[in-house]
Design a protein around this ligand. Sequence first.
Ligand code: AMP
Ligand code: ZN
Length: 503
Amino acid sequence: MLQEARKLRIYNTLTGKKDVFEPITPGYVGMYVCGPTVYNDAHLGNCRTYVSFDVIHRYFRHIGYKVRYVRNITDVGHLTDDGEDRMAKGSKLAQLEPMEVAQKYTLGFHDMMRILNTLPPSIEPRATGHIPEQIEMVQSILDRGLAYERNGSVYFNVPKFAGENPGVYGSVSGRVLDDLYAETRELKNQDEKDHPADFAIWMKARPQDLMVWNSPWSVGFPGWHLECSAMSTKYLGKSFDIHGGGNDLKFPHHENEVAQNHGACGCSPARTWMHTNMLLLNNRKMSKSDGNTISPAELFSGNSPHTTKAYSPMVVRFFMLMAHYRSTLDITDDALLAAEKGYNKLMETNRLLQSMPVDSGAFDGSENEHDRAVLSLMEEAYQGMDDDFNTAMVIAALNEMGSYVHKIANKQLPADALSPWVLDKMKVTFATFLFDILGLLDDTSSGGDSGVVDGLMDLILDMRAQARAQKDWAASDKIRDALSAIGIQVKDGKEGVTWGRSL
Ligand code: AMP
Ligand code: ZN
């Protein structure tokens, strides 16, 4: 279904409003999203951002665009606040080579993306695989007089850039230059810089740095912001359609990316900047560094102090899509329970809908009042996506369509309340939104394997409960250990016994 003429409105961080999307090349979207720093496991907050961009990617494809979706892997140069390379930190902790750390967590990240049913990006470039491109970019910025070398490191000259390009520095984060100057503290080599707002685009290696390369300036490594500038230019060109990431990357990462691209090529990289809002836990940003986090594995297996039971990956995906990507989302047990109910209900509605017979001989195109209501709900679902990818609006429209399905099934409405062609169209549209656009899978089906597994697990947990009632701890432990050996965790909680798959 080619619908690329639909008027999509996307909130653009640069303009602070929803702009009508005009692709640079008709029918084609180039989209770059900042990928994970692979020095530890992705947390659910990271997953929220990638699930949001997955739905955006899916919708563009659904309405007929060809999409080149580039999402990088950061495996060098992303320093912690006290100047340590995150990869070096990860490798010290695990006593592994930095490249082993990168490989381990890249594979883990891919597993998580697959479990959450996200489509892979078209290109997934690694920062360490693009050192020559980054060195070239540093050279271009130097050639344009917008950077200077100090003792083997190269710094971007922010005041000079800002003076030559009024309104550009600060356009992503919305901060005024004086505030940025006052706020910017970079602990490392602070005294080498001409100005506190300047930032390193090439860093001379210190004795403790493990990942280093030759360059015209020193043996060292690129600044973190540089990789995205170099790789987006390489794969999407100097100017492309969309650049995305989480809100927390607006400053300094994205602000500095724009400055570097501009500094190297004289033009702004992305026309539209999109930022997802944060996943919260206990009303605070979910983040590894301050321990406010649930890992996906904990959530899927029910082994988290924050939840009473296990939630399936599809319930978690649905939970994320119940809110608009620009709203904060607080993860609580109650909210997950509500999401589970909502997800199960939509899957059940879909099964009911797909089982309804369609009288294929009666496609006369006529419309009654129910037909018109259902047709306008289908259009509402599309309008929700067109309105800055409002998945919450889509889910509301699907639920309303579902009420017609249930009314027909309960005989509150006659079986022929909807004209056959409308019923047929609703079947296709409903499933398309659930599976192709929202990217859900039906893991509730009682007819397939998951129903058999549920039944078997009920039986096994019953046997374990009987063993425990008879104080046969050896048998009870044997069942738990045997399940654990095949990746199933059993949890005894206040609400009873629950189980989930460990990852
Ligand atoms: P990082 O691995 O820290 O570079 O983060 C990878 C992506 O996850 C970035 O786009 C971040 O903006 C995003 N991110 C980090 N924390 C959260 C959170 N709590 N909620 C949503 N997105 C997040
Ligand atoms: Zn980036």
